[in-house]
Design a protein around this ligand. Structure first.
Ligand code: YSA
Length: 323
């Protein structure tokens, strides 16, 4: 009996078993009661003593080795059956994806459109000083115009407030740059006022400022109507109304007609007041500019047909996930 040959043959055959039935058959052939190995082992007792001493341990070692190989194979086949039991045609569990908030979508769209019109996008601090939020914009202390924007003051730091508009960035930018330039400033603003369907105490604006030689109100009109066409991707009625801001002269307010036919005020703006230009060291005889402050939430309301601004801040995923 060639034990080594039998061992090789058994291991080869074991490699080829693919399922439990084949494995059972293999066991009967190579390890079972009637297997060649078992029959041979039972006959060892009849061999001469000298032969017995070498053959018996060799046969025992082969038997152990085959038993171990069999156990490993059994585990392997059971494992691959488990994999087969996994139904690859089952629909996967759908992962829950986060989505961009509608105001984020609108802000990104505003950035993209103005960038393509050669405006730079800059940002400024939400915590502002009285100087930039009011004084430098030609709104002196005790001037009734301060009441146009009810202010949230920081009680622990005198002269500090949550900016009521993005206009302070006009002055911050002009102080550090020489014309010509054109910027927009998207950002969050804060007002101490009662909320209703079109007013929040915290909302977003985007400030626009274009300064250079020979800039006129016609440029403001062209930029705003051009922007609106691209933003809404449809023709919208835009209305420019005379208005008053201490930091523009003349001043306008801009309304857009909503789908229900009503006008919604979306922006204030005008020609930068000479006092503001002088304050940053520009010569108003040579340099002029237009500025505007758009209500970002209001643009979002018109774009998506939202009738109550407070929905944007309700954190209701049923609302947010629609965009
Ligand atoms: C004016 C002249 C400039 O040279 C530059 C900017 C401006 C606008 C000025 N800084 C301002 O804040 N004007 S405003 O108080 O009328 O607000 C501008 C826009 O913000 C409004 O037209 C409106 O669309 C939006 N807005 C104002 N209060 C709001 C609001 N949106 C939501 N909730 C509120 N409480």
């Amino acid at each position: 009996m060639d034990i080594a040959g039998l061992e090789r043959e058994a291991l080869d055959a074991l490699e080829k078993t693919k399922d439990i039935a084949a494995l059972d058959a293999w066991h009967a052939t190579y390890l079972g009661r009637k297997s060649r190995l078992n029959v041979f082992m039972r006959s060892i007792g009849e061999l001469p003593l000298a032969e017995k001493k070498t053959v018996a341990p060799a046969a025992q070692a082969t038997k152990r080795l085959l038993e171990e190989a069999y156990a490993r194979r059994e585990k392997y086949i059971a494992g691959s059956n488990e994999a087969a039991a996994f139904d690859v045609t089952m629909p996967a569990i759908r992962p829950v994806y986060g989505r961009l908030h509608p105001l984020t979508l609108v802000e990104r769209s505003i950035r993209t459109i103005f960038s393509s019109m050669n405006f730079s996008v800059v940002e400024g601090p939400e915590l502002e000083t009285e100087k930039y939020n009011f004084d430098s914009l030609n709104i002196p202390k005790n001037h009734p115009a301060r009441d146009m924007q009810d202010t949230l003051w920081v009680s622990t730091d005198k002269g500090t407030l949550m900016r009521t508009h993005t206009s302070p960035m006009q002055v911050r930018h002009m102080e550090k740059h020489l014309p010509p330039f054109q910027i927009i400033v998207p950002g969050r603003v804060f007002r101490n006022e009662a909320t209703d369907a079109s007013h929040e105490i915290n909302f977003y604006q985007f400030e626009g400022l274009m300064v250079g030689e020979g800039i006129s109100l016609a440029n403001l009109k062209g930029v705003i109507t051009g922007f609106c066409e691209r933003f809404f991707e449809r023709a919208v009625d835009v209305r420019f109304r005379p208005s008053y801001f201490p930091f523009t002269e003349p001043s306008v307010e801009i309304d857009i007609r909503m789908e229900n036919g009503k006008w919604l005020e979306v922006m204030g703006g005008g020609m930068v007041h000479p006092a503001v230009l002088e304050g940053v060291g520009y010569d108003p005889a040579k340099i002029s500019g237009f500025a505007f402050g758009g209500g970002l939430d209001r643009f979002a309301m018109i774009k998506y047909g939202i009738t109550d601004i407070r929905l944007f801040y309700g954190a209701d995923l049923r609302f947010n996930n629609q965009f």
